[in-house]
Design a protein around this ligand. Structure first.
Ligand code: GLN
Length: 280
């Protein structure tokens, strides 16, 4: 089997599970060929796969056909132009979350010495990008999951920002209660799917991504209520609270923030025009 045959044949097969079958095949080929870049694939369409490469590739295809997300198969996802190692146990970074990160970077322009708290760090996508792109920042990054913290640390190292981040295993604010830590910005992309909606998620989310990174209680707003209430104890005067929210949750989250004394609360849309970020 050469590269061209693999792309044609397996794009067809992956069509039943993936919205991007051809891209998926190309990414799996890149990995099976030992980490070559996309250009290599396109410049070598007639190249025969070695037996071992073909075996690896077919194993990847089998996994993908069952629904396993591409990012978990190749242990990588790009976010904000950076490479993130991912595996089962952390949510795969989503492009929507880039809107949240971009907005915070914008708000931080021209400001020095920023202390930022990230609640529910997961793979470290938000934390690592902020540390990377906001020069004078220090991050404190909390997660309840040991695996998440391990992966986030790995990503902080590979992206050269480990020295700017203090990782703490903590259920929300629990481990920083009574520490007197105060932040300029608190950011979170908490679990926000309504309990009853979990079953309707795509197989590749429901069966592979961590439940505790997805489910946000009966109305999906548990974490917003909880974090917003406590956040006031940890913000400096004029500090900012910034959230990613579910597609129909922005108005509710705005209300929660206003009820807790936040002003200048506003919404940012994602690239599909969906209300995705709430800042106050
Ligand atoms: N955006 C994710 C999804 O729809 C959910 C992420 C979250 O709950 N924070 O699958």
């Amino acid at each position: 089997m050469n590269i061209r045959d693999a792309i044609v044949e397996y794009s067809k097969q992956l069509d039943i599970i993936s919205d991007t079958p051809r891209l998926d095949v190309e990414i799996l080929l890149q990995k099976a060929l030992g980490g070559v870049d996309r250009l290599y694939i396109h410049l070598n369409l007639s190249k025969e796969l070695e037996i071992e490469q073909e075996e690896i590739f077919l194993r990847f295809i089998e996994e993908r056909l069952k629904g396993r997300p591409i990012a978990y198969i190749v242990n990588n996802r790009e976010f904000m132009g950076l490479d993130f190692y991912v595996k089962e146990g952390v949510l795969i970074p989503r492009p929507d979350t880039e809107i949240l990160v971009e907005e915070i970077i914008e708000l931080c322009k021209g400001k020095d010495d920023l202390d930022i708290l990230d609640i529910g760090t997961g793979s470290g996508a938000i934390t690592v990008s902020l540390a990377k792109y906001i020069e004078k920042s220090r991050l404190t990054s909390l997660d309840i999951s040991e695996i998440a913290l391990e992966i986030a640390k790995k990503n902080a190292k590979s992206n050269g920002v480990i020295d700017k981040i203090n990782f703490i295993k903590s259920d929300l604010f629990q481990q920083i209660v009574g520490t007197n830590l105060k932040f300029d910005i608190i950011v979170s992309n908490p679990p926000y799917i309504r309990k009853r909606d979990i079953d309707e998620l795509h197989t590749q989310v429901k069966d592979y991504e961590p439940y505790n990174a997805l489910e946000g209680g009966i109305d999906g707003l548990d974490f917003y209520r909880n974090i917003t209430e406590q956040s006031k104890n940890y913000l400096k005067l004029g500090g900012i609270l910034a959230y990613e929210v579910g597609h129909d949750q922005a108005e509710e989250v705005v209300k929660i923030m206003q009820n807790n004394g936040y002003n200048k609360v506003y919404i940012k849309k994602d690239l599909q025009g969906i209300d995705r970020v709430v800042i106050g």
